[in-house]
Design a protein around this ligand. Structure first.
Ligand SMILES: Nc1ncnc2c1ncn2[C@@H]1O[C@H](COP(=O)(O)OP(=O)(O)OP(=O)(O)O)[C@@H](O)[C@H]1O
Length: 285
C-alpha cells in the first residue's frame, strides 16, 4: 500500500492573534483513494487543501508521495479552488482557445479535447462574456488537462449544471482508477456522489474525527447505525453528513460556551442602539 498523503500533528493559524484553523491534524490517505472531506463551514477543509498544495507555508510533517510539500514540492499536484473565478485575469477579453493555449493546452491536446467535450465548452467563448458556471468549466478544463497524481478539489462543482457535474464526476472516477491517482475533495453537495468516494473523512474545528472511513461502509462500521437512525429522505452520504454536522453543532456550541463565546442573535447592547440611532437611514421613510 502506497501512502499518497501523510500529515502528522499539523496545526495552523492565519496569524498569532487568530484561533488555530487546524489543530493537531494527522491523517494518511492511500494512493488511488478518492476521499471526500466532510465538515461544517469553517472546519478547516480549504486550509488543509491549500497547505497540501503548498500554497500556505507551515512547519510540520506534510508529505505527498513521500516528499515534503514545502521544501521538496512533489510534481503532479493539482489544486482547484473557488478563488480562481475572482481573479481579474480570467475575466479578461480573451478567447477560451487562446486562454487554454496560454496555459499549455497544446501540450495535452488529447486530454484537453476530452475535457472540452465532457465540460461542453465552446472554444470561441470570450472569458469576459461568460457565466460563472461557464467560467468554472474552463477552469476545470485548464486544471484537469495536465495529468495529476494528486487532485485537490475545493468545492469546484457548485455552479455546474447537473449533467456536466455528473459527467465530470464519472470522468474523475475513471481517471483515478485508470491512473491510480488520488483525489481529496471538499464539498457540501452530496447529491450524485454515492459512487464517487472510496473514503469519507469527517473534519471538525480544525481536526479530523478519526481516520478516513472506507466508503461504501464496511458491514461492521458503526456508521450504519447513524445512517439508519436518520429520518430524513436523503442519500446515505447526505444522511451521514447531516448526522456528523448536527453532532458538530452541539460540540461547537459546548466549546464556545466554555470560552464564553456565542453565535447567533444577541440581546441589544447600548452600543448597537447608539449605532442605529445615528445611522438608521430608513427611519422616517
Ligand atoms: N484568511 C483568513 N484569515 C483568518 N482566518 C481565516 C482565514 N480563512 C479562514 N480562516 C479561518 O480558518 C478556519 C478554517 O477555515 P476554512 O476556510 O479552512 O474552512 P472550510 O472548512 O473550508 O469552510 P467552508 O466549508 O466554509 O469553505 C475558519 O475558522 C476561518 O474563520
Amino acid at each position: 500500500m502506497v501512502i499518497a498523503i501523510s500529515v502528522r500533528n499539523l496545526s495552523f493559524s492565519f496569524n498569532q492573534a487568530d484561533e488555530t484553523a487546524l489543530k493537531n491534524l494527522s491523517m494518511d490517505i492511500e494512493q488511488g483513494s478518492r476521499c471526500l472531506l466532510v465538515g461544517a463551514n469553517g472546519a478547516g477543509k480549504s486550509t488543509l487543501l491549500r497547505i497540501l498544495a503548498g500554497k500556505r507555508l507551515t512547519k510540520g510533517h506534510v508529505q505527498v508521495y513521500g516528499k515534503d510539500v514545502f521544501q521538496n514540492q512533489p510534481s503532479g499536484i493539482t489544486y482547484l479552488g473557488t478563488e480562481w473565478a475572482m481573479n481579474p485575469v480570467v475575466r479578461g477579453d480573451i478567447r477560451v482557445s487562446e486562454f487554454l493555449d496560454s496555459v499549455g493546452g497544446f501540450r495535452h491536446k488529447d486530454r484537453r479535447d476530452t475535457l472540452l467535450n465532457i465540460l461542453d465548452v465552446d472554444v470561441d467563448w470570450r472569458m469576459h462574456q461568460i457565466s460563472d458556471g461557464e467560467r468554472r468549466r474552463v477552469q476545470l478544463v485548464m486544471g484537469l488537462m495536465v495529468p495529476w497524481t494528486l487532485l485537490l478539489l475545493d468545492e469546484v462543482t457548485v455552479d455546474l449544471d447537473v449533467v456536466v457535474r455528473t459527467d465530470l464526476i464519472n470522468f474523475l472516477i475513471a481517471e483515478s482508477k485508470e491512473r491510480n491517482a488520488t483525489i481529496l475533495y471538499a464539498t457540501h453537495i452530496f447529491d450524485g456522489l454515492f459512487n464517487f468516494p472510496t473514503h469519507v473523512m469527517h473534519m471538525r474545528l480544525g481536526s479530523n474525527v478519526g481516520n478516513p472511513e472506507p466508503w461504501p461502509l464496511v458491514p461492521q462500521s458503526p456508521l450504519h447505525h447513524i445512517i439508519k437512525q436518520s429520518n430524513v429522505e436523503a442519500s446515505p452520504l447526505l444522511k451521514l453528513a447531516l448526522a456528523w454536522l448536527r453532532e458538530d453543532l452541539v460540540y461547537r456550541r459546548e466549546y464556545e460556551k466554555s470560552i464564553d463565546r456565542q453565535r447567533g442573535a444577541r440581546s441589544e447592547t447600548t452600543d448597537s442602539e447608539t449605532f442605529y440611532s445615528r445611522f438608521d437611514y430608513w427611519k422616517g421613510k
